[in-house]
Design a protein around this ligand. Sequence first.
Ligand SMILES: Nc1nc2c(c(=O)[nH]1)N[C@H]1C(S)=C(S)[C@@H](COP(=O)(O)O)O[C@H]1N2
Ligand SMILES: [Mo]
Length: 331
Amino acid sequence: MLIRSGRDGLQHPLSSDITPRAVYQGRRALLRAMAAGAGGSVLAAWAERDALAQAPGPGRLAPLPGTRSTVPGAVTMEKPTAYDDVRGYNNFYEFGTDKDDPARHAQRLKTDPWSVQVEGLVHKPGRLALEDLLKLSPMEERLYRLRCVEGWSMVIPWAGYSLSRLIERVQPQGSAKYVEFVTLADKAVMPGLRGSVLDWPYTEGLRLDEARHPLTLLAFGLYGEVLPPQNGAPVRLVVPWKYGFKSAKSIVAIRFVEHEPRTAWNKAAANEYGFYSNVNPEVDHPRWSQATERRIGEDGLFTKKRKTLLFNGYEAQVGQLYAGMDLRKNY
Ligand SMILES: Nc1nc2c(c(=O)[nH]1)N[C@H]1C(S)=C(S)[C@@H](COP(=O)(O)O)O[C@H]1N2
Ligand SMILES: [Mo]
């Protein structure tokens, strides 16, 4: 692993530094294929991932390169969480509620073919095939903190592009004020749907201006490869200043609506999970404090917890979205 500290002063390894040379070269071939309009090769490679699932680290899945994002705040200087933790310690309740359930059960998720239905208050509704989504905008690599409402956090190198690129494409009508995200609910492959922890399908929502914020990421990959199924393949949201549950996995529909949508977690416990769910050390969860967090990988016996930051440390970028709002009321 190479820690880059030269030209641009970055102290953390981005996945291009971590990835073995052979994979990096394969990635460049893939880039050329994609440039030539062969989005299908990504899908074929996705389908191959089961055969590769036993390999130890990056290099298992189809490469999905991105150029380093220039969006302000999109590349934290912190050390990325180990790949095995990123893909082995997950919340994806459709596959079970234990942290290792998604890694065990989500391998059955079928991501080819895949499409996302765009509907509601837009001038250009319709069904977008994954291969078209992949080509909608250049892939960027972003290194985001993600803070789970349960009190742990990770730093993950994602590949994707701002959701705003898709929003521009579908042209919201003036009456659209919120965006609702609907995720896959397939009883045939998701054992968690037999339970009633949540009202399936898992849905989430953002205010339209939050959805348009350049940091709101439509993610297709991590660590330089397509998303592992347990991380929400083939396409998910990552909203780094909000608790992790806002980052909906395996999205099948995006709806533009006039009124604040209900969300799966809000329906399950409205007093615990509000619509906004911005990371905020001063607003406790009714059953626990949110003042500190445990960074996954730093959990030695004597390791100090980290202080949780307002908006997960993205206040400079997103604080303005909430100017004048009472963040205790709008939790
Ligand atoms: N469809 C769906 N999306 C989901 C969840 C889920 O259970 N189902 N869990 C959320 C929660 S609580 C967190 S913390 C993040 C975890 O993402 P990761 O496993 O990729 O780190 O996914 C979020 N997205
Ligand atoms: Mo979470």
